[in-house]
Ligand binder design. Structure first.
Ligand SMILES: Nc1ncnc2c1ncn2[C@@H]1O[C@H](COP(=O)(O)OP(=O)(O)OP(=O)(O)O)[C@@H](O)[C@H]1O
Ligand SMILES: [Mg+2]
Length: 246
């Protein structure tokens, strides 16, 4: 069974009177259990649209998305998903301990478990020493790190991250890579978008390239080792598909 599945999804946004923007066109993709899948595509390709559909934050015009064989509208699957949005925004008068504790309680975790998980996650994302500061005083990269911890507090089976490395320094990027590999070793399924090809190559089993809402290529980069730099393949696919924008 696919853990994440997009079935023939088309998504149109209304952009004005009788005007629409097609962000996804007949998009189908299956992500398998325990897989790390990297989602690539130029700005505006439709990556965040696909991700938001999985979280049921927006709805497809046609087609359907499923997680663990259930429609994404099913509230039960929310508990099994960890999500980092493209632009994370929090109650920023809280410090990360308070925020994670609040999120843990909302997910039905007990206090001891919350405390342990919070400490381990804040260490993993390099924020333990800053834990008592309100998030409002954090830098952009630090907020991104809080977002990652928040996505994982409830130990989700399926992890969906929209550009997790964005805004992070090289140490932060390495921490995210190690974190993704740790999640994989625990049997989690990870689906994430990124523009950082080097990181994608280091961590993914498969990648998909999206251009203008169409999935133009899927590559199994663990088994067919790349004979050419990913950047070259990426640029070629974007150009073949008619460039980044219509
Ligand atoms: N709410 C919206 N209303 C109208 N158009 C939208 C809306 N959200 C996204 N779009 C358009 O849909 C297309 C896909 O956007 P999306 O955010 O999914 O791209 P992306 O691949 O995540 O890009 P990036 O790499 O810049 O994050 C873009 O042309 C964008 O302008
Ligand atoms: Mg995006």
């Amino acid at each position: 069974m696919a853990i994440i599945s997009f079935n023939n999804i088309t998504k149109n946004y209304k952009t004005g009177f009788r005007k629409k923007k097609t962000a996804l066109r007949d998009f189908s993709l299956d992500i398998h259990e325990g897989e790390v899948f990297g989602f690539l595509g130029p700005n505006g390709a439709g990556k965040s649209t696909a991700i938001k559909l999985l979280l049921n934050l927006i709805f497809p015009t046609t087609g359907k998305a499923e997680i663990l064989g259930r429609r994404v509208a099913d509230r039960e699957i929310k508990k099994l998903i960890g999500y980092l949005p493209e632009n994370p925004y929090f109650y920023d008068y809280l410090n990360p301990i308070e925020l994670l504790s609040f999120a843990g309680k909302t997910s039905g975790m007990d206090s001891l478990k919350i405390r342990k998980k919070t400490e381990s996650l804040l260490n993993t994302v390099g924020l333990w020493s800053e834990r008592k500061r309100a998030i409002r005083s954090y830098s952009k990269g630090m907020v991104q790190r809080v977002g990652l911890a928040l996505a994982l507090i409830h130990d989700p089976k399926v992890v969906i991250l929209d550009e997790p490395m964005t805004g992070l320094d090289p140490i932060g990027r390495k921490q995210v890579i190690d974190l993704i590999l740790k999640l994989k070793s625990e049997g989690k399924t990870v689906f994430f978008s990124s523009h950082i090809l080097e990181d994608i190559e280091r961590v993914c089993d498969r990648i998909g390239i999206l251009v203008n809402g169409r999935l133009v290529r899927i590559m199994d980069i663990k088994s067919e080792s790349l004979t050419r730099p990913l950047e070259e393949i990426f640029i070629e696919e974007v150009e073949k598909a008619g460039g980044a924008r219509e």
